[in-house]
Ligand binder design. Structure first.
Ligand code: URA
Length: 270
C-alpha cells in the first residue's frame, strides 16, 4: 500500500508538495471519488487515479525498447547532449526512467529503459549471465583464431579478465540479414569510411555477458582490430524490433520483458 500523495507525486511526476496541494484542493480522484487526504493509503495499480481531470498511469513500472541513434548519450540526463531518455515520447515519460545498461555515444541499437531498479540489476549483473549481442564492423580481416580467444575469456589491456564471450565471423550477406534489413546506418558507415574492399574490414557478431566500459571495442583491440561500427541487436532473448526506426521507442510486452532476462548460457558452449 502507498500513500496517495506519494503515488500522485511519483506517477504524475511532480513535487510531493504540489501533490499534497492538489489533493487538498479536491483535484485528485480515486475510482471517480474525490480523495482529500494526502496520507490515505491505496494499492495504486488496483485503482483509476486522476489528477486535474487526467488519468495517471498507476502501473508500478514501465519497460521500453529504444533504437538508439549515434551521437545520443546513454544516460538519464545531460545538460548539453541529447540523451536516450530525451527520446522517450512524452506520453511514456515517468519519473526515475533510466537506461538499463550503457552504450557508447557512437554505438547504435537496442537500449532497454525502465524505472524498475531490480529488473535492471537482473539484466546487468554478470552473475545472471544475460548475454548481450552486438553486430560490429571491424578494421582488417578477423582471423578464425580470434573465436577461441573470445571463448576462453580474454584479458584486457588493463589485465581485467573477461568472462567467456562468443565471436562469429559473418559474411556480408549474413551480417545484413542479422541486421534486420537496416541498411541505412550501415550505408552511412560505408560512406563515412569509403571502404574499397572486403579485405579491409570484417563483419562480426559478438555476445558478451558483462557490460564493462568499452568492452567490445577493447576486446577487439586485444586481437588487433579496431571497431568501426557497433550496434546492439539483442539483450537476452529480446531482439531489437526491426520495425523500430533509429530514435524510436515502444513499450515492451510482458513476454518481451521476461525474454530480456532469459539467460542464453549454452551460447558459449556451441
Ligand atoms: N562495448 C563497447 O565497446 N561499446 C558499447 O557501446 C557497448 C559494448
Amino acid at each position: 500500500m502507498e500513500r496517495l500523495d506519494k503515488t500522485v507525486a511519483q506517477l504524475a511526476d511532480m513535487p510531493r508538495k504540489q501533490a499534497v496541494h492538489l489533493i487538498r484542493a479536491g483535484r485528485v480522484t480515486v475510482d471517480g471519488e474525490v480523495w482529500r487526504t494526502p496520507e490515505a493509503k491505496l494499492e495504486p495499480a488496483a485503482h483509476v487515479v486522476s489528477v486535474a481531470g487526467h488519468v495517471i498511469d498507476t502501473q508500478p513500472h514501465r519497460y521500453y525498447m529504444l533504437n538508439k541513434p549515434q551521437g545520443v548519450l546513454c544516460v538519464s540526463r545531460d545538460p548539453k547532449v541529447k540523451t536516450v531518455v530525451d527520446l522517450v515520447p512524452p506520453a511514456f515519460r515517468r519519473r526515475g526512467l533510466f537506461p538499463a545498461g550503457r552504450l557508447d555515444k557512437d554505438t547504435v541499437g537496442l537500449v532497454v529503459l525502465t524505472d524498475d531498479g531490480d529488473y535492471a540489476h537482473r539484466l546487468l549483473s554478470p552473475k545472471k549471465a544475460v548475454f548481450k549481442r552486438y553486430l560490429a564492423v571491424v578494421a582488417g580481416e578477423m582471423p578464425q583464431t580470434a573465436v577461441e580467444t573470445f571463448a576462453a575469456g580474454m584479458e584486457l589491456e588493463d589485465e581485467t579478465r573477461c568472462l567467456p564471450a562468443k565471436l562469429q565471423i559473418l559474411s556480408c550477406e549474413e551480417f545484413m540479414n542479422r541486421n534486420g534489413g537496416d541498411f541505412a546506418s550501415f550505408a552511412t558507415f560505408l560512406e563515412e569510411y569509403t571502404i574499397p574492399s572486403m579485405a579491409d574490414y570484417s563483419c562480426v557478431e559478438i555476445a558478451i555477458q558483462e557490460g564493462r566500459y568499452h568492452q567490445i571495442k577493447r576486446m577487439c583491440e586485444v586481437v588487433g582490430h579496431k571497431v568501426l561500427w557497433l550496434k546492439r541487436v539483442a539483450v537476452g532473448d529480446l531482439t531489437l524490433d526491426p520495425a523500430l526506426a533509429e530514435g524510436e521507442c515502444r513499450e515492451l510486452t510482458a513476454a518481451e520483458t521476461a525474454a530480456a532476462l532469459r539467460s542464453v548460457e549454452e551460447f558459449c558452449a556451441s
